[in-house]
Design a protein around this ligand. Structure first.
Ligand SMILES: *[C@@H]1O[C@H](CO)[C@@H](O)[C@H](O)[C@H]1NC(C)=O
Ligand SMILES: *[C@@H]1O[C@H](CO)[C@@H](O)[C@H](O)[C@H]1NC(C)=O
Length: 369
C-alpha cells in the first residue's frame, strides 16, 4: 500500500505544470515570506557579514546568507511562479525596484516564540530578537513602500502569496536538552505564535497564505549526531530517530488544527498547508528514486562537515577540519542542519507540482527542472 502511494506521488510531481501561457498575468504578483534559515535569502548575512565558505557553491558561487549549497525551497517556488529570487528585506535600500514582486523577512536562527520567552526559560538564544512577531513588524514598517492606502493594499495583497514558515524548528533546537515530553509542552505556544502571525497577516489583507509544517527532524543529521542512541529500537528502518519524527508528527497535527481554527474565523482566506514532513520523508525512504545515493548509512551524512559517524560535529561547514563531499547533488543533507539544493529542489517540486500542498497552490507557469 505504502509503495503504491509513493509511486503515485512521484508520478504526480512531474505531471502538472506549463499550462499557462506567458502572456497571462502571473498567478501571484508577489511573495512575502516569513521564516528561519530554511528560507533566509540574506537577512542574517546582512547583519553578520562573514565568509560563508562553500555555501552557495553549487549555484550562486557565493552564499549571501543562504544556508545551503544553492537554491532554497522558496527560491524554487519564486522561479516556478515567474518571480525574482526573493529580496531579503534588509537589502531593500540597495534595490527598491523589486519590492512589489515580493520581500523575504526570514532570518536564520529565528524562532516562532519571541525572545522574552527564552530569556524567561533560561535557554540561550541569539542576542537579537528576529522572531516571527518581529518579522511581522518589519513587514508593517515596509508597507508604505508596497502600497499607499487600504484600498491599494487590499488589492495588492489579494494577489500576493504570504508564506509563514517553516518556523518553530529553532524553538525546538534550542530546547533539545529537554525530553520529548517536555518538548511537547512548548508546542502549543509555538503553534499559537504561528497562528497569531497568520491571523495578523489576514487582518492586513492577505488572502492567499501558506502555513508550513516542520521537517522529519528524526532524520536530520544534526539531531542524529547529537542524540546518538545505543538502542537499535530507537531507530526506524531508514536510520531515523523514531521519537523525534513522532514528535514532529504531533507538532504538525497541532499546527493543522490551528489552521482549521483560522479558516473558521476567516473563511475568505485560502490557507495552504505545506507538508514538509512527508515531502522530505519520502526522500529518506527511497533516495535512489530521486537521484540520490541509495546507501542507507551514507544518505544520512552531511555533505559538508567534520568528524563523527554522520560527517558532522560542532565545526561549522567551511571552517577548518571540515570537508565537502565530492557530489552534493547525491546527498540530502548539506551542513548538518540544512538540506542540499538537490533535496530542496525535490521538496519544492512536490509542493508546487505535486501533492504535498493542501489544498494546492495556483498552477505554476513554469516547471521546476
Ligand atoms: C497569541 O494571541 C493571543 C491573543 O491575542 C495571546 O493571548 C497570546 O499570548 C498570543 N500567543 C503568542 C505565542 O504570541
Ligand atoms: C582541527 O584539528 C586539529 C587536529 O586535531 C586541532 O588541533 C584543531 O584545534 C582543530 N581546529 C578546530 C577549529 O577545531
Amino acid at each position: 500500500m505504502k509503495i503504491f502511494i509513493l509511486f503515485g506521488i512521484t508520478f504526480a510531481c512531474g505531471f502538472f505544470g506549463n499550462f499557462i501561457s506567458n502572456a497571462n498575468p502571473l498567478p501571484y504578483e508577489a511573495i512575502f515570506n516569513f521564516g528561519d534559515s530554511i528560507s533566509d535569502t540574506g537577512n542574517a548575512a546582512f547583519d553578520y557579514p562573514r565568509d560563508m565558505g562553500p555555501y552557495g557553491s553549487t549555484y550562486f558561487k557565493h552564499a549571501s546568507g543562504r544556508m545551503s549549497n544553492g537554491r532554497l525551497i522558496i527560491i524554487f517556488i519564486a522561479e516556478a511562479y515567474g518571480l525574482p529570487f526573493l529580496l531579503a528585506s534588509k537589502n531593500i535600500t540597495k534595490s527598491q525596484g523589486d519590492v512589489k514582486k515580493g520581500v523575504n523577512f526570514a532570518y536564520a536562527g529565528s524562532t516562532a516564540l519571541d525572545i522574552e520567552y527564552f530569556s524567561g526559560s533560561g535557554v540561550s538564544t541569539p542576542q537579537k530578537d528576529n522572531s516571527l512577531i518581529v518579522q511581522f513588524d518589519w513587514f508593517k514598517k515596509l508597507k508604505p513602500l508596497l502600497c499607499k492606502n487600504k484600498e491599494e493594499c487590499d488589492s495588492f495583497f489579494k494577489k500576493s502569496l504570504f508564506i509563514v514558515g517553516e518556523i518553530g524548528g529553532n524553538d525546538i533546537f534550542y530546547h533539545l536538552f529537554k525530553t520529548i515530553t517536555e518538548l511537547q509542552e512548548i508546542v502549543p505556544l509555538i503553534v499559537d505564535s504561528i497562528k497569531n502571525t497568520t491571523i495578523a497577516l489576514i487582518e492586513e489583507g492577505a488572502v492567499e497564505l501558506v502555513v508550513s509544517g516542520n521537517f522529519p527532524i528524526g532524520c536530520n543529521t544534526d539531531i542524529l549526531s547529537k542524540k546518538i542512541s545505543q538502542k537499535k529500537e530507537d531507530y526506524d528502518e531508514f536510520g531515523c530517530l523514531i521519537a523525534y519524527n513522532t514528535f514532529i508528527e504531533y507538532f504538525n497535527e497541532q499546527l493543522k488544527k490551528s489552521i482549521e481554527i483560522i479558516k473558521q474565523k476567516h473563511p475568505q482566506a485560502k490557507i495552504v498547508y505545506f507538508d514538509y514532513y512527508n515531502d522530505a520523508k519520502r526522500l529518506y525512504q527511497a533516495p535512489q528514486q530521486y537521484g540520490f545515493i541509495s546507501d542507507k548509512v551514507e544518505i544520512l551524512k552531511a555533505c559538508c562537515g567534520g568528524s563523527g559517524p554522520y560527517h558532522h560535529d560542532q565545526n561549522f561547514c567551511g571552517t577548518s577540519n571540515t570537508t565537502i563531499c565530492s557530489d552534493p547533488s547525491k546527498l540530502l543533507n548539506w551542513d548538518g542542519q540544512h538540506f542540499t539544493e538537490a533535496a530542496y529542489k525535490h521538496i519544492a517540486k512536490c509542493l508546487v507540482e505535486g501533492s504535498f500542498a493542501y489544498p494546492s497552490l495556483k498552477p505554476a507557469p513554469f516547471k521546476i527542472a
